[in-house]
Design a protein around this ligand. Structure first.
Ligand code: FAD
Length: 546
């Protein structure tokens, strides 16, 4: 039997809302209670005023019976749905359904409100003119004195614009994330305290390579060292948008993995500040965030390094050739000087016999042609390249020499323990000559461990700064140098090796010459046991530099 549905009287509306306000069901959203409470209650404000307030409330309010037949609708409801109060009263709320909401949602709605609980959700409604909109709806059951459902109180608002914004935001977020993840560059958005707000796959991959160490911290440390970059200051100094572009950085990942190179750029972005209390705060008052973009250039850096090493190899080979020629000619001159000295001594002896005249003449001739030969040899001495002084990074030079000697070391089965001091001042000097000096000392160490034929063949190389000097220490567990020979080994052409091979006995002489020409020295440790310890000391200011 269909009962005729008539609109609620004013008293009934006030009664219904007051009953709801007296005991709002569990789960009633705070904003619903607040909305009604702000209207007051019939005890505090006159009933007509209370009703007027409900009528004029900015949210669409309807009161239905227990089957959702509308008994009351306020002005906002009329305005939103396009139905006048007279048209809508008596109709089921389902007239608003655009038939696009899944049945599951309605089932959930009814199951909830019939349990006397509040339901809150979104439905797709349409207006009288079939205009669809997304409704955010709250339904609260209103109970009578016996605790039975007397009415349902519905409040809904049009959130179509919000829904569009949400969709647009989700789309843009997906688009940004896809684009960020598709690029091979490492990208990270950092807050002023170094927190990573956003990153991409390339960044996460780097995090894996760095075994969990935050790559942003490694970048920031390298930037601090290289360009004194201060994240916090950069975030607070408003103005310049682009902070730096294509700074080449070397990152030394933790746990001893090989170094990697990146070109790094950074721009400043206004940080997302959602705090309500900052609504009136000017943008300039909150710190910005920094977008760090880094492109890995390790491969090309390796290629450049390889090419450079090849150039150095060629350069050293040429240097060695010149040196060998100088050594050979100097040796010939040295040897020729001995008979010439004998002739000079013979000529200076008193001559009292006539037949000595002929001998003297022969000796004079021999001396003259000897001197001539000496001069020709002297003229044939190849000139040493005059090299410019530059700021030399000794760690880099030692590393280069080690890389050039890798094959030699591997073939001999020698273990090299390379311990550079991380922060080493540059030495003002001739880089090729210094490289040659280190190579002479390393070659000696290799020969020494080779001749010792020990099971474990070891060479350790250390660098450190000592006052105004940089000291390179080369320690080997080879045959060692007996104390009486410690000075002689620096003499030209002195060769103490069991198997001299191509060693002409000039290595230490040349190394010492390079060190002395830089104002430094090469020294042997007389107290070292079980091999040899040699120090090459170079002043950082170099020769003639104040
Ligand atoms: P219906 O046949 O009405 O119902 C679909 C399913 O809902 C049923 O299969 C059943 O599971 C459940 N159901 C329906 N009526 C009852 C009932 N009396 N008891 C138990 N279960 C039931 N709907 C909107 O689309 N838009 C609104 O803005 C809206 N506002 C509402 C406000 C209030 C206060 C209330 C109480 C309900 C409101 N509804 C609203 C729900 C509406 O009454 C309908 O249930 C819904 O629109 C589905 O209508 P329908 O004709 O497609 O299907």
């Amino acid at each position: 039997m269909n009962k005729r549905i008539s609109a609620l009287t004013h008293e009934e509306v006030i009664e219904a809302i007051s009953a709801f306000l007296e005991s709002p069901p569990d789960g009633t959203p705070a904003e619903v209670i607040e909305a009604f409470s702000s209207m007051g209650s019939k005890q505090i404000i006159p009933p007509r005023l209370f009703l007027e307030t409900v009528r004029q409330a900015p949210v669409a309010i309807s009161i239905t019976d227990e089957r959702a037949r509308i008994l009351y609708a306020n002005d906002a409801f009329e305005e939103l749905t396009g139905y006048s109060s007279d048209e809508i009263v008596g109709k089921n709320e389902s007239v608003l359904s655009s038939q696009s909401t899944p049945a599951q949602v309605y089932q959930d709605l009814w199951q909830t409100i019939q349990k006397k609980q509040v339901w809150k959700g979104r439905l797709i409604n349409h207006t009288k003119l079939k205009q669809e909109y997304v409704a955010e709806l709250t339904i609260s059951p209103v109970l009578n004195a016996h605790g039975e459902i007397a009415y349902f109180l519905g409040m809904h608002r049009d959130i179509t614009e919000l829904h569009r914004l949400e969709r647009r935001l989700t789309f843009q977020k997906d688009l940004t994330e896809t684009a960020l993840n598709a690029v091979p560059m490492v990208i990270a958005l950092l807050s002023s305290d170094g927190r990573v707000i956003l990153d991409n796959y390339a960044y996460k991959a780097l995090e894996g390579d760095f075994r969990g160490v935050e790559p942003a911290q490694v970048f920031l440390e390298a930037l601090q060292q290289q360009i004194q970059f201060d994240l916090e200051a950069a975030c607070r100094a408003h103005g310049k948008h682009r902070l730096f572009t294509n700074i080449e950085l070397r990152l030394d990942p933790p746990a001893g993995t090989s170094p990697r190179w990146f070109t790094c750029s950074a721009v400043r972005l206004a940080e997302l500040d959602e705090a309500v209390q900052h609504y009136f705060k000017k943008a300039a008052e909150s710190p910005d965030s920094i977008l760090l973009v880094a492109n890995e250039v390790t491969q090309s850096r390796h290629r450049i390094n390889e090419a450079r090493l090849n150039m150095i190899r060629a350069n050293m080979a040429e240097q060695q050739l010149v040196q060998t020629m100088r050594e050979a000619i100097s040796a010939a001159m040295f040897k020729l000087q001995v008979p010439l000295n004998v002739i000079k001594a013979a000529l200076s002896m008193p001559r009292n016999r006539a037949d000595s005249e002929a001998l003297s003449e022969a000796l004079q001739q021999a001396l003259a042609s000897g001197d001539e030969a000496m001069e020709s040899l002297h003229a044939a001495l190849p000139l040493q390249n005059l090299e410019q002084q530059t700021q030399v990074n000794i760690n880099e030079v030692v590393h280069e020499v080690l890389r050039m000697s890798t094959e030699q070391l591997l073939a001999a089965g020698i273990v090299v323990d390379w311990r550079p001091t991380t922060v080493l001042p540059a030495v003002n000097g001739r880089v090729n000559a210094i490289r040659g000096m280190i190579k002479y000392l390393l070659d000696n160490a290799i020969q020494a461990v080779h001749e010792a034929k020990k099971e474990l063949q070891e060479i350790r190389i250390e660098t450190c700064s000592d006052g105004d000097d940089v000291v390179i220490t080369i320690i080997d567990n080879g045959v060692g140098i007996p104390a009486p020979m410690m000075l002689r080994v620096f003499e030209p052409f002195f060769c103490g090796w069991e198997q001299p091979g191509k060693h002409a006995g000039m290595g230490l002489t040349m190394a010492q010459e390079v060190a002395l020409s830089h104002g430094g020295v090469v020294e042997l440790d007389p107290d070292f046991l079980g091999g040899c310890r040699v120090y090459a000391r170079l002043p950082i200011h170099g020769p003639g530099d104040n």
